[in-house]
Ligand binder design. Structure first.
Ligand code: CTP
Length: 395
């Protein structure tokens, strides 16, 4: 599946370097040509002989060994650069553009897309500086794979394990698959919003964010640069996106509208609260014997604002969750909010809508298209929706 593909593999100092041997083996077995670059720290974990044997090519690791412009040639040679494991140290250098060894020099010279699989101990992974560096790399267009949770080299259990070689292979195969959204910018909103009543209470809804996260991931698989604006959810924040966390509808409004102008595609899956308390109590409201009456005021309709200000060529997709006269209400919403597509979840279908891992949707287009899909997992539903929508994005 990787026949004729040229892959530069970067290996850094992490115990997960031993898994990189299996990964290189899988790339080669699938027909790729592989050239390995190792840091000195990586060689503390696995010998370069292992990788030169697996790749049938010399390993590059000394910036001053042989031809000193080797990094430039290698950077121009690859169709894809895969850095796995990517240690906290190396990814911080990548984020800053530091060039002090063969691998960082190849990274800066690389003309091809870069995919990274971080690996480190949980505390390092959760450090704000690692978070900041990973976000910077995603902004720079690097595809960052999520980490696994489990036993770590320190003996602790937590987040930070490198993605498994088979998962990295899958990401690489996906990368070389059809990429109709390559070079496109996609903005997705997901999850519920929380409208605060007092410092400890809020009004919210049961959205889990699963559909929005699946759409964001699929858009990235299709080659897009993805920004995900998420309300509070229990899903992993790791993914091939720049993540913007928000709480209230007002915060989501700002996060979406401030980023909307240069997007090629915007998908609004978030279950935005339609009402917010008119007054926020800065102190916790004490209970009393009489009933509590809360006055609620309208929030701004984000999708409507996006529709009203939509630049030419941008594709705007909304969601509709309806319980009766589903099609009529969905079509009316598409028109009122100036959408290009509306995705209808009919709540009367069991297994569709909020929560759950499945959904059953119908996609309506402004030109009268209607595509109904079976009940499926949300990952497959995301693929169906993007297939329906992708064709209309200007190339
Ligand atoms: N939406 C939004 N901002 C809001 C409310 C909703 O952007 N304040 C978006 C949702 O993300 C979804 C779409 O609008 O994509 C449909 O929302 P919905 O609340 O069902 O539409 P309305 O027509 O506002 O509601 P109703 O069904 O009550 O008519």
């Amino acid at each position: 599946m990787l026949a004729g593909k040229k892959i530069i593999v970067g290996i850094t100092g992490s115990i997960a370097a031993y898994k990189a041997a299996l990964m290189v083996r899988l790339f080669v077995k699938n027909g790729a040509e592989v050239r390995v670059v190792m840091t000195e720290a990586a060689k503390q974990f696995v010998g370069s002989l292992t990788f030169s044997n697996l790749s049938q090519q010399p390993v590059f690791s000394g910036l001053w060994d042989g031809n000193w412009t080797e990094h430039v040639h290698l950077g121009a040679w690859g169709d894809l650069m895969v850095v796995a494991p990517a240690s906290a140290n190396t990814l911080s250098k990548f984020a800053l553009g530091i060039c002090d060894n063969a691998l960082t020099a190849v990274y800066l010279s690389a003309k091809c897309p870069v995919l990274m699989a971080p690996a480190m101990d949980a505390d390092m992974y959760q450090h704000p500086s690692t978070f900041r560096n990973l976000n910077q790399l995603k902004k720079d267009g690097v595809q960052v794979l999520g980490v696994g949770t489990g036993f770590l080299a320190s003996g602790l259990v937590g987040e930070g394990r490198m993605a498994e070689p088979e998962d990295i292979l899958e990401a690489v195969i996906n990368h070389f698959g059809p990429r109709p959204l390559h070079g496109k910018k996609v903005l997705v909103s997901a999850g519920p919003t929380r409208e605060a009543i007092d410092p400890v209470r809020f009004i919210s809804n049961g959205s889990t964010g699963t559909m929005g996260y699946a759409l964001a991931r699929q858009a990235a698989n299709l080659g897009a640069t993805v920004t995900l604006v998420s309300g509070p959810v229990a899903l992993s924040p790791d993914g091939p996106w720049e993540l913007i966390n928000v709480n209230s509808a007002a915060e989501m409004f700002v996060a979406m509208t401030s980023r909307s102008a240069d997007q090629d595609l915007i998908i609004m899956t978030a279950a935005v609260g339609d009402y917010q308390p008119v007054e926020f109590s800065p102190t916790k409201i004490k209970k009393a014997d009489k009933n509590l009456v809360l006055e609620l005021g309208r929030t701004q309709d984000i999708l409507r604002h996006l529709g009203d200000t939509k630049p030419a060529g941008q594709v705007l997709v909304g969601f509709a969750l309806e319980t009766n006269d589903e099609e009529a209400h969905a079509l009316d919403k598409m028109k009122r909010k100036n959408l290009d597509f509306i995705v209808l979840n009919a709540l009367c279908d069991s297994g569709a809508g909020f929560g759950g891992s499945t959904n059953k949707v119908t996609v309506f287009g402004r030109d009268g298209q209607k595509q109904s899909f079976e009940l499926k997992g949300k990952v497959e539903v995301a693929a169906d929706i993007l297939n329906a929508v992708c064709k209309t994005i200007q190339q």
